[in-house]
Design a protein around this ligand. Structure first.
Ligand code: P6P
Length: 336
């Protein structure tokens, strides 16, 4: 059978699930932008794009040159197409307004242009995470600047979510709400081809991902759960577990979508006012949609992540996601 390109998959989704043409176009544009980011990332030191900008983003994090380059690539690829009402990004304090010379569309694109960028200089996989929402009619019809409140929708409102992972292969992992599909970039052809159909997260696992150096700052339920994982077959879980922590959410989540596992970034006692490190709108929500579409679970310890009503564009959240059995266990410990 001939290989199924991303374009063919999207056309077939349109026939079978009435995927709107504008959404199909949006995904194709984002995929093309990710190819360009992959090209820039793969050049590394040869491209003069490693290292920092000497600036900080809205998170107060040092911006890598590639953070800014990736952000610009996504903005420039999407602003002219007429499919978006606006964009928001980890790298920008405020929502991005579609320039006046271009028509506006019905969708909102929210993204982390280069997640895990602290790993770039040490040549570890990084990625782009994106989330697609419909822009509520009342905001589309308004003239002038798009009100940021248009973005503040729970993750259940996402119409699509995905990531590109820039690793040994460049892959695009995507859901339109009808399962999770993995596409691998054929660099000679310059196209993504379907290589992983209907990815599923195994219900049980023997692998967990957490930054253990923060252990003394965790809340009691997390300490209890990780202690039980570490106790192995002699402990209450009667199983030996392995640990992985790549410190690149895209890479850790991709592993879990591929072979199972549980990923955790709990809230931290050092900054009690912060509910967690990861961002709800452009990290936790898209990843949670993918994980749930693949049969896994995703909570903040007490609530399904996709049900959280956002209050601000860059708000943070604790994340426990992956194999349902383990996510339900650690969530149960939070509920006492
Ligand atoms: P730490 C990368 O900066 C990121 O936002 C996620 O991709 C990753 O899972 C996490 O932070 C790593 O955090 O504290 O282990 O460096």
């Amino acid at each position: 059978m001939s290989r199924v390109s991303l374009s063919r998959y999207l056309i077939e989704q349109t026939r079978s699930h009435n995927t709107p043409a504008d959404l199909r176009f949006l995904i194709e544009v984002v995929a093309r932008a990710c190819k360009e980011i992959s090209h820039a990332v793969s050049k590394g030191a040869l491209g003069g794009v490693l290292g920092s900008m000497g600036t900080e983003n809205v998170q107060g994090e040092v911006q890598k040159k590639l953070d800014v380059i990736s952000n610009e690539i996504l903005l420039e690829a999407n602003e002219w197409g007429g499919h978006l009402a606006g964009m928001a990004s980890e790298e920008m304090d405020n929502a991005y307004q579609i320039p006046g010379q271009y028509p506006k569309g019905a969708y909102l694109l929210v993204f982390d242009p280069l997640d895990g960028s602290s790993n770039i200089d040490v040549n570890v996989s990084v990625g782009t995470i994106f989330s697609v929402l419909r822009c509520p009619d009342k905001y589309v019809e308004q003239t002038g600047s798009l009100d940021e409140h248009a973005f503040l929708q729970p993750g259940t409102e996402q119409v699509a979510a995905g990531y590109a992972i820039y690793g040994p292969q460049t892959m695009l992992v995507l859901t339109l709400g009808d399962g999770v599909m993995g596409f691998t970039l054929d660099r000679e052809m310059g196209s993504f081809f379907l290589t992983h159909e209907n990815l599923k997260v195994p219900t049980s696992t023997a692998e967990f991902a957490i930054n253990m150096s923060n252990q003394r700052h965790w809340e009691a339920p997390v300490k209890r759960y990780v202690d039980e994982l570490l106790a192995g077959v002699e402990g209450p879980l009667n199983k030996n577990y392995n640990m992985r922590w790549i410190a690149s959410m895209v890479a850790d989540v991709h592993r879990i979508l591929t072979r199972g596992g549980v990923f955790m970034y709990p809230r931290d006692g050092r900054e009690p006012e912060k509910p967690g490190k990861l961002r709800l709108m452009y990290e936790a929500n898209p990843m949670s949609m993918l994980i749930e579409q693949a049969g896994g679970a995703a909570t903040n310890g007490t609530q399904r992540i996709l049900d959280i009503q956002p209050e601000s564009l860059h708000q943070r959240v604790a994340v426990f996601l992956g194999s349902k059995e383990e996510v339900e266990r650690v969530t149960g410990y939070h509920q006492g």
